[in-house]
Design a protein around this ligand. Sequence first.
Ligand SMILES: [Zn+2]
Length: 242
Amino acid sequence: MITLRPLPFFNERKLPINALVLHSMAHDAAEGIAQLEELQLSAHYVVDYDGRIFQCVSEDKRAWHAGVSFWRGETDLNSCSIGIEICHRSLGQSKFNRAQIAALIELCRDIIKRRHISPTMIVGHSDIAPERKPDPGKDFPWRELAAENIGIWYGSRFSAETDVVKMLSEIGYNTGSDLSVRASAYAFCRRFLPKKVVKLPVKKLVEHPFPDDCDKLLTDIEFINTLQNIHYQYLVYGKTGL
Ligand SMILES: [Zn+2]
């Protein structure tokens, strides 16, 4: 059951819906919706700690959750996506509640089925805004979601590509500047290789979501192997046109 908690912060979409953006916020749903209201922001859905779901904006409207963003060349992610906020006290830096993830999976499956969203277009806020945002966080259960076809996870095959920047770009990340390459590499780890991501106080995380020395990732063999694996999964989806 979904409870309506309308927020007035939306406008008309300029693009058809083809993406799902997952967020986390360091508040429960009531506090989180109050904060969205204060900041004049919104999301389509908010999933509370216990799995209760609130809808703030109608899916056919453009909610204001992604901000300055980039994925696969698109920069108006608000226009082409549905945004879901997931309540989590440490911004995705510790285990998520079972009931909450079960409710989220059910919600995502319903949206994906109705809107025909490809696994390659299911992203975290940190994937589309790696220089600004850490959410949904390093402990978000992407693998569990991918088992339900909600997003991409590892397979048994690897891309033969060795150019790190090219792979990040072909997956979807912004690689337009040295800074965005470093931030995107760290965002990739937050999603696919969380042991390379350090746990930080929420306040610090919100101010600056990647460390200064994260360029060392670009030559890390485990990072490159993981990137080659995930790159392959994206290539497969690209070829099949899903
Ligand atoms: Zn977010």
